[in-house]
Write a protein that binds this ligand. Sequence first.
Ligand code: 5GP
Length: 491
Amino acid sequence: MTGSRGSYYLALKQIAKAANSSLSLRKIFNSVAKSTAKALQANGCRILLLDPPKKYLITMGSHGLSDLYLRKGPLDAQKSLPEILDGEVVIIADATKDKRVQHPEIAQAQGVSSILGFPVLEKEETVGEIRVYTREPHQFSEGDTSFLTSVANICAVLFEKAELHQFLAQNHEASKRQARADQAPQLPTTSLRPSEFAHPSEDDFARLLDFYRIEWLYEPRAFPLRWNGNDIAEMFTPDFYLPELDLYIELTTLKQDLITAKNRKLRRLRELYPEINIKLLTKNDFIRLLAKYGYGPLGEAKIEGVSRILYSHAQIQRRVRALARRISRDYAGQRLVIVGILKGVICFMADLMQHISLPVTLDLMAVSPYESDGEVVKITRDLDSSITGQHVLMIEDIVDTGMTLNYILSHLSAHNPASLRVCTLLDKRARRLVNVSLDYIGFEIPDEFVVGYGLDYKGEYRNLPFIAILRPEVTKEDDAEAQPGPSDAQH
Ligand code: 5GP
């Protein structure tokens, strides 16, 4: 697989023309994939976009690949050639044997022999990939690399455009919904929404998932169920895949003949793919299933007062792991004392420390709420051990005005630690009164009162597995008197 100067030039001319055309984004990316494959004399090409949490790769356009290959399942960005995420070019000589290939059996059926993975970078960060497929083992020339670099640059610009499109589409949807007075405002979705659902119930279902911030992929994988010789005679494509629950969902209405036909397909699917977790659900079944996880109307006691979910359990866990990795890297070779302030920090601290790969000791402090006697915060429980000469990392649940943290930091610095840094899960920057420097931040949040994942309102809600915004009515009484703050004895 090697192109010539002439073929690169022609391909770049076509790609630039497509990129600046009024075609739909899907068609533009298909055209980019086609021109790229042709210039490199490859058999197939696809352009993949990395979703914002960097978990999945979504096909934006392709050329020369079968439907089966394209729908072989959600591509887990961390598992499928993860080196590309670090900006590396990856060459797989034999896709049927290489362990880095997620679905080798389908690569074999497709006749893919070699794969070339090329990062699409935006300000030095990987935002997507170009993958080139050949049936023969390939030779990769310098000309190919510089050609792909140009294609990747154009793709990066197109991705920006794609995000803009999605944003505009969402805003349009949201304003349409808001126009219906009785509807709650639409949340920005965490999942990539197809331009059209096959059935309105799927749209409803997707909205329910969005409300609970449960990630979903629509029709991500087609499962062959029956063959005629080498040809696939029957396929089944479940409606949704929920990565957090590792669960495929097929929605159904209550029509008995449809249920029977779908049940037959599901039985066959389970026989052929026993590792696949799939459920046939009506919408009510699904609401019941959510209740099992503490969500939804049946879990009402738990979410009474919550207006919307800001971060799901899975999103929090992912962010916490990323913070722990950075902390472990920054303090490599050192011992660390982590100090938390009771009680709001308990969930965050417990999760974070399990992912820090350093020798760690733990200490806890407690402070009383604001007093009007001139002193802003009163320490009601001090450190158990001396921190003099130690590397100390303060762990906070949320930094709001910054007064608590500022007070605690000056208290801790007086003990002369070797270093003193701060890691907070939430940063409510809009309400900052005291300038405190934060070294590690989980999420920057809007100026709203949040609960869950350790954070309380009047002692409750700490056990919610997600972070949610409380309905303004709940805090209204307090608002009349002062800014909301936990009225529990300890934060
Ligand atoms: P600061 O001193 O930065 O204003 O606030 C620190 C403390 O106020 C936090 O540790 C937390 O206990 C409480 N707090 C501030 N904002 C919120 C919020 O949105 N939700 C909850 N539950 N507590 C908050």
